[in-house]
Design a protein around this ligand. Structure first.
Ligand SMILES: [Zn+2]
Length: 259
């Protein structure tokens, strides 16, 4: 990876412009094909090129405005409207740009960090320590009980969407332990027969979602009210509003990993 200090060098490259949780798109909803000259100089906070893919990630300042003909859309909506390969690249570049922007100083000695010559890492010229992009593993699971599946509405949801149960893995836990704990905490249910399904990088800001199917074992739903607004069993032929295509939750709910 290389920091783009010469902003002419991204001409002709695949560029993802990001701002907060949004991605800049053109009139057709595709990544906006713009150049640094389309933005005022103070609009660009960070720009980096990925040596593996050749793509460029640009982090725009929180107050940056969309140039004429382009607009910002929420990244989950971007995922909803693009293929898996484009989504993975967008997540990667958004993640890199955000990581560089939030990791400017060595957490051990406070010295400004610089990019490592050959690795996707930052190194501290003062104490020599290397700092790699942080990835936070999360589990996401679809719990089945016969013909029914468990879906939950988060307290922060304002769109009436019922999604799969998910949560962060704690230090020292296995993914399976984290899954059982999260299910227990959020619904008071016990589950069994945990099967790996698939995973997805989720750059909000740096999660890796690890998806599982599992089966109901015992208990009655008792929601964790600080996190969950509602949790219910739904028949597959009578589903509520669910997360959009492009999300791992959608693929779990639609059985994309069954084959
Ligand atoms: Zn240091």
């Amino acid at each position: 990876m290389a920091l783009l200090t010469n902003i002419d060098s991204w001409a002709g490259k695949r560029v993802f412009f990001c701002r907060n949780r949004e991605i800049l798109v053109d009139g057709q909803g595709n990544p906006a094909e713009l150049t640094p000259a389309d933005f005022p100089p103070d609009a660009i906070s960070q720009a980096c090129e990925d040596t593996l893919t050749g793509a460029v990630g640009v982090l725009l300042a929180p107050g940056a405005e969309a140039p004429a003909g382009s607009r910002f859309i929420p990244t989950p909506y971007f995922f909803h409207t693009h293929d898996e390969q484009t989504n993975a690249l967008a997540a990667r570049m958004k993640g890199f740009a955000g990581w560089l922007d939030s990791t400017r100083f060595c957490p051990y000695c406070g010295h400004p960090l610089q990019l490592h010559a050959t690795e996707n890492a930052l190194e501290c010229p003062a104490c020599g320590r290397l700092h790699y992009p942080r990835i936070e593993p999360c589990i996401i699971t679809l719990v089945s009980r016969g013909e029914e599946i468990l879906l939950l509405r988060n307290v922060r949801d304002t769109a009436g969407i019922y999604a799969c149960l998910a949560g962060f893995v704690e230090i020292g836990e296995t993914l399976e332990q984290a899954l059982r704990r999260e299910v227990r905490e959020e619904t008071a249910l016990e589950v069994e027969n945990i099967r790996y399904a698939g995973s997805q990088g989720w750059p909000f800001p740096d999660q890796l979602m690890v998806g599982y199917y599992c089966d109901y074992k015992s208990g009655e739903i008792r929601i964790q009210e600080s996190e969950i607004a509602d949790a219910r069993w739904f028949r597959r032929d009578a589903l509520p509003k669910i997360p959009n295509p492009g999300s791992l939750a959608w693929r779990l709910i639609n059985g994309c990993f069954d084959k």
